[in-house]
Write a protein that binds this ligand. Structure first.
Ligand SMILES: [Zn+2]
Length: 185
């Protein structure tokens, strides 16, 4: 800022808020003063600006906390939906003499009356798409990492059949899984 003749015309009174209303106006007055070429700020104004910055910081921290709570909530919903589909799979398995369905759609509506649940992942958004994969691909970690779910419907190893996970190799912050990929849940 070039300080010139306009400095001389700066009315000092305008920068000295003497009461609460004045303090609220202080940032505005300072902005106007700076625009007019005046940058003499009194300690009062400096305090007001700092208070305003502090209030903004607190607001930002609060928003950050709310986002954290939202994330935790989303993660527990994902975990609950994962558990619901796994329960549906084991019910199907029991009813079908030790066979898992060819695909997850086969669980709807009898075992999943509300359909295949949608999960919500920070990196992929909302999805209920299912990656069908072999047990060998599962063991090798060949997930498409596209969000939604991954399901092992073929395998040379019968022990691998019926695996069902969240199709995301990004890290989860869920309490029991700090930093591990969603697929490990
Ligand atoms: Zn991912």
């Amino acid at each position: 800022m070039v300080l010139g003749e306009s400095m001389k015309n700066c009315p000092d009174r305008a920068f000295k808020p003497a009461h609460a209303a004045g303090r609220l106006l202080a940032p505005v007055l300072i902005s106007l003063a700076l625009m007019a070429g005046c940058d003499k700020a009194s300690p009062d104004q400096a305090a007001a600006v700092q208070q305003q910055a502090e209030a903004q910081k607190q607001q930002a921290e609060l928003q950050q906390q709310q986002l954290g709570i939202q994330k935790q909530f989303t993660e527990s919903v994902n975990a609950a939906d994962l558990a619901a589909v796994r329960t549906a799979l084991s019910l199907y398995y029991n009813d079908h003499e030790g066979l898992y369905p060819e695909n997850i759609e086969a669980l709807v509506p009898q075992y999943l009356p509300l359909g295949i649940p949608f999960n919500r992942l920070e990196e992929h958004g909302k999805s209920n798409a299912v990656q069908n994969m072999s047990g060998e691909d599962f063991k090798a970690g060949r997930f498409t990492d596209a969000g939604g779910w991954a399901y092992v419907n073929t395998s040379a190893d019968p022990m691998m059949l019926g695996r069902f996970v969240i199709n995301c190799t990004h890290g989860s912050n869920i309490n029991t899984l700090e930093g591990k990929p969603w697929t490990a849940l």
